[in-house]
Design a protein around this ligand. Structure first.
Ligand SMILES: Cc1ncc(C[n+]2csc(CCOP(=O)(O)OP(=O)(O)O)c2C)c(N)n1
Ligand SMILES: [Mg+2]
Length: 638
């Protein structure tokens, strides 16, 4: 074996990694994103230039964006395929920290290869080196330690071997995958070493299905057997275990309703008889009504975020059990737990329950709760602007809606827009979103029976994931139409990979909901009694405050500049025409939808715990504090 540089060995190694799940083998690494800089262009860059093998090289435009795209790509592949992300040192690397956290929170594999300072320290401080006087061994890349599941630094070429094998261990582990950071010293990338042939052998990493411990699964089954009003909450683990069908059949067989978290949506069919839809703070009335009345909650593959549990108030007194591949998550809410793969866990539960004549106390509650919600969905879909218009969200600056109509001419409500989009676009289109008011509206209103087509990043709810994530989803599913559901705030924060989608000829459709501001935060701010401060997009006024006229922004023109086919729509008819035309395009599109502020869905009986001022001059804030205390008193303490 001729000597190779560390970077050449890294590329060759990555090209030889495979995974196997349920006996099906597939190549693990599709390619590598790069934003070259001096830390990698002569190391990894040289290696890729010389021989990329079967890895495709993608050019990111922003390191956070490329890493979000890679995360979304892994999600669409149900964690069985990744695109690695490399960056230069310093700011390029630091730009990926946010994305690393996003991937880890969502339990999605993300391999990060940020360049590091010189191992020899000879030129220190090299351009972009962050010098820490208390320790010269600390670099920018130590910031990844807080947000990664595995962290390593390759400061000698031979360290690459153990670093990469451990990186693969973590990336392919259902219990504990997430971001992996292998920081590579820029001088070492170019150093050569006599790597043994065995390091480059084809490796097939089994993605295991963890079997339950018999005692643990029996314990969970026993409490379910005694439950009168059980409710299953399906989480992301159902998606990654591909347990949707098994869960649906189980719930139908035993007459147990189930609700879905953001991560489970589309892993289970929306139209299924037992599916109540989204639960929690952003949940609907059907799931939340049944949850309040439940005496037993079985959380399958869920991390029980505050949005799911309504800050532990939604089923505060119910007995909780969990089936989760992660022991950490299985322990949540002090549950009766069984650590195992979701699909196998449900199958085992079925085996146990089938020995008894299990029945519960539900009569017509499920049908009724679903019928009520269907009626509400109809109201939301037909909610239109007129002279006697009452916005869904009460807390508001009285000027916002009339000014918005005057300046933009837009009169579309967000809920009717969503209902129309669902009707017009393909059933199997992929929907990607992350932050703002859209996740709430979509968890309630988005329905699909096409599995794995809903890609909502609501673990870290990271603004900027929407467009990058849509691009990553399109790379994974080139034959589907992919839509980024993106607020104007999120678009302004990060949309760089829109350009990469054009470069790669991977068409995405950006549905930009322009409501002139950080709408959901304005709702939260004013709903908790505070004034309208820096959450709408307004000019600074003569008094020096951010309360001037609203800022008209032509988002369509912005995207047209990149080469997108664009539309500006102010009515539902225009939206429908634009959606139909966008589908005919081959280049990425952007529809600038002028949606009235305050027309997103409000809550359906689920409280959310946010920090509120204990001492304040405004009576409205004092009232918000008392309300918070009342709710807190009723919630589970841990
Ligand atoms: C990176 C990041 N910064 C800040 C936040 C906090 N945040 C959540 S939603 C939001 C405003 C979103 O505005 P927009 O995208 O226009 O959506 P809207 O609520 O108006 O629908 C902010 C600032 C976040 N989620 N992510
Ligand atoms: Mg907005």
């Amino acid at each position: 074996m001729p000597k190779m540089t560390m970077a050449q060995a890294l590329i060759k190694f990555l090209d030889n990694q495979y995974v196997s799940f349920d006996g099906v083998e597939s190549k693990f690494v599709d390619g590598i994103f790069t934003v070259f800089g001096h830390g990698i262009v002569c190391g990894i860059g040289q290696a890729l230039d010389e021989n990329p093998g079967n890895l495709r090289v993608y050019q990111g435009k922003n390191e956070q964006g490329q890493a979000h795209a890679a995360t979304s790509f892994a999600k669409m592949h149900n964690r069985r395929k990744i695109i690695a992300c490399s960056s230069s040192i310093g700011p390029g690397a630091a730009n990926m920290v946010t994305a690393a956290a996003t991937a880890t929170v969502n339990n999605l594999p993300l391999l990060l290869l940020p360049a590091d300072t010189f191992s020899t320290r000879q030129p220190d401080p090299v351009l972009q080196q962050f010098e820490q006087p208390y320790s010269l061994s600390v670099t920018t890349n130590d910031a990844f330690k807080a947000v990664c599941r595995y962290w390593d630094r390759v400061a000698r070429p031979e360290q690459l071997m153990t670093a990469m094998i451990n990186a693969m261990r973590v990336l392919t582990n259902p219990d504990g995958t997430g971001a992996v950071c292998v920081s590579i010293c820029q001088d070492v990338e170019g150093e050569s070493y006599d790597y043994p042939e065995s390091f480059f052998a084809k490796r097939v990493h089994k993605i295991p299905r963890l079997n339950p411990d018999i005692e643990e699964i029996n314990e969970v089954a026993n409490v379910l057997l005694n439950a009168k009003k059980p409710l299953v909450i399906a989480g992301g683990g159902v998606r990654y275990s591909e347990a949707g069908k098994v869960l649906e059949d189980f719930c139908l067989k035993y007459n147990i309703p189930f609700a879905e978290t953001q991560s489970a949506k589309s892993a289970v069919l929306s139209s299924h008889k037992m599916n109540l839809g989204g639960i929690g703070v952003t949940g609907n009335s059907a799931a939340n009504t049944i949850a309040k009345d439940a005496d037993f909650i079985l959380g399958i593959g869920t991390r029980f975020s505050d949005f799911t549990t309504a800050s532990k108030s939604l089923f505060a007194n119910a007995q909780v059990a969990t089936i989760n591949v992660s022991r950490f998550d299985a322990y949540k809410l002090d549950a009766i737990k069984c650590q195992c793969d979701a699909k196998i866990g449900i199958e085992k539960m079925d085996e146990i329950l089938s020995k008894y004549s299990y029945s519960n106390a539900y009569t017509d509650e499920i049908v009724k709760a679903k019928a009520d919600w269907a009626e509400e969905m109809n109201r939301l879909a037909t909610y239109v602007y007129d002279e006697n218009f009452e916005p869904l969200i009460e807390a508001r600056d009285e000027r916002s809606i009339p000014e918005f109509v005057k300046v933009t001419g837009g009169t579309i409500t967000q809920t009717s827009a969503l209902a129309l989009i669902r009707k017009v676009i393909d059933e199997d289109a992929v929907a990607v979103a992350a932050a703002g008011s859209l996740p709430g509206c979509m968890q309630r209103m988005w329905t699909t029976d096409s599995r794995y087509t809903y890609n909502m990043e609501y673990g870290y709810s990271c603004m900027g994931y929407e467009i990058a994530g849509a691009f990553g989803a399109k790379l994974a599913m080139p034959d589907r139409e992919v839509y980024a559901f993106c607020g104007d705030g999120s678009y302004l924060m990060l949309h760089s990979e829109l350009v990469t989608s054009i470069q790669e000829k991977k068409k995405i459709n950006v549905l930009l909901f322009d409501n002139n501001g950080f709408g959901c935060i304005n709702n939260l701010q004013m709903g908790q009694g505070a004034g309208n401060l820096a959450t709408e997009f307004r000019f600074r006024d003569d008094k020096g405050e951010l309360l001037g006229d609203i800022m008209p922004i032509d988002f369509a023109m912005s995207a047209a500049g990149y080469g997108c086919k664009t539309y500006t729509v102010k009515t539902l008819d225009e939206l429908e025409a634009a959606l139909i035309d966008a589908k005919q395009q081959t280049v990425s599109t952007l529809i600038d939808i002028k949606v009235l502020p305050k027309t997103m869905t409000d809550g359906y009986g689920a409280w959310w715990h946010v920090g509120v001022a204990q001492t304040a001059q405004k009576e409205s804030v004092q009232n918000a504090y008392s309300t918070m205390q009342e709710n807190l008193a009723k919630a589970r303490k841990y």
